[in-house]
Design a protein around this ligand. Structure first.
Ligand code: AMP
Ligand code: MG
Length: 360
């Protein structure tokens, strides 16, 4: 986790900076390219979706933002309550029904979430699969605190592998659904934050706030400008505290990072990342960080997870299937690849990184 270099831990703080630099895969704001002539920026750090979040907007948004931001926080809190598979709420109730083979009617918003995720699962060739919640639970990756322990026994995982749950197995009648596969358990940990960030920017826009950044645990989206240009976004160095690179957003854009270096459990002395390959239900180990830049934060969230699973040999095919072209991937050896469309936009923090990242 990086160190915050700016004032203000939870209260709003006004910063005289034209451009702010936000840690993409973390939750902390980094100052950079300070231009004291620019309008001040207000930076708030609520605790949302189980981790510290960030909301930034220009201070000259004034009253509009003062009214909108508390409603934004409560809207995000409600989404988290409804879509968290591991706490009492609509999704957990649905999982209990799916396991029992019962039919349940759900709200239109959860219907929309599941149906969009079903399309993304298919587009990702199953690398993004929110139907593997049961296996996520077996590995203990759902806990807020990732404690050390032992790996689950293969005999415990084998049924989840054999049952091969997929959202395509859901049977729908309007807003009612059921599953014949009792192993299908929904977990939107790889997707809901991205969807929530898209909603957050839409909401701020309807409230008249046109220039803002919302970051939910590395799922970040920006719109408008911090000053004369877009917002500067930092991508965390997966191997050390600090930044790997930064880029400036154009218009409305999401910068989403999935990493194996921040949420993991040490099991039998080995670091196991919280992202599972659905075909093996074992942690995906080859890439340590994947960043996707796209207009939709929801899609970028699903895609970053899928590409981390796909690994060095298969990521291009999955990126193509999901319609993402701006991608930066870093492997376990701390060498990386960046697509030709993203490469010219990146400014590496250190020339050593630039030398280790090939343009493809
Ligand atoms: P992210 O940080 O967006 O990559 O999401 C990781 C979270 O999504 C994990 O903590 C699990 O709850 C869940 N998850 C793990 N592996 C997958 C996968 N292959 N597809 C969908 N969700 C997953
Ligand atoms: Mg994701």
């Amino acid at each position: 986790m990086a160190t915050p270099l700016l004032p203000g831990a939870s209260a709003a703080s006004a910063l005289s900076r034209r451009e702010a630099l936000v840690a993409g895969a973390g939750v902390l704001l980094w100052p950079a390219l300070v231009d004291a002539q620019g309008p001040p920026v207000v930076h708030q750090r609520p605790f949302l979706f189980g981790s510290p979040a960030e909301v930034l907007h220009r201070a000259d948004a004034g009253e509009l933002a003062t009214r909108a931001v508390p409603r934004l926080f409560s809207g995000l809190q409600q989404m988290n309550d409804r879509w968290n598979a591991w706490k009492p709420g609509e999704l957990r109730t649905l999982n209990l029904a799916l396991r029992a083979g019962r039919t349940l009617q759900i709200t239109p918003s959860l219907t929309a979430l599941i149906q969009a995720a079903t399309r993304l699962e298919r587009a990702s060739s199953g690398m993004f699969n929110p139907g593997i919640g049961g296996a996520v639970g077996r590995w203990g990756f759902h806990d807020d605190v990732m404690q050390a322990g032992s790996r689950p026994r293969d005999a415990d995982l084998a049924p989840w592998r054999a049952a091969a749950p997929s959202l395509s197995q859901l049977e729908w009648r309007g807003n009612e659904l059921r599953s014949r596969n009792p192993y299908l358990q929904l977990d939107f940990g790889a997707y809901a934050k991205g969807v929530a960030v898209d909603w957050a920017l839409d909401f701020l826009r309807t409230q008249g706030v046109a220039d803002a950044v919302v970051n939910l645990g590395g799922n970040l989206a920006a719109m408008g400008r911090a000053g004369a240009r877009g917002w500067r976004i930092g991508i965390r160095d997966p191997g050390a505290a600090g930044l790997l690179a930064s880029l400036t957003t154009h218009g409305r854009e999401a910068v989403v990072t999935s990493g194996s270096y921040e949420r993991y459990r040490v099991l039998d002395g080995e670091r196991c990342t919280h992202i599972l390959d659905p075909s093996t239900v074992a942690p995906a180990g080859q890439l340590v960080s994947v960043t996707v830049v796209h207009r939709s934060a929801g899609l970028a969230d699903a895609a970053a997870t899928a590409l981390l699973v796909a690994g060095p040999r298969r990521w291009r095919q999955v990126a193509e299937g999901m319609g993402v072209s701006e991608v930066l991937l870093i492997g376990r050896d701390l060498r990386g690849e960046v697509t030709a469309s993203l490469a010219p936009r990146l400014r590496f923090a250190d020339p050593a990184w630039q030398a280790r990242v090939g343009v493809v």
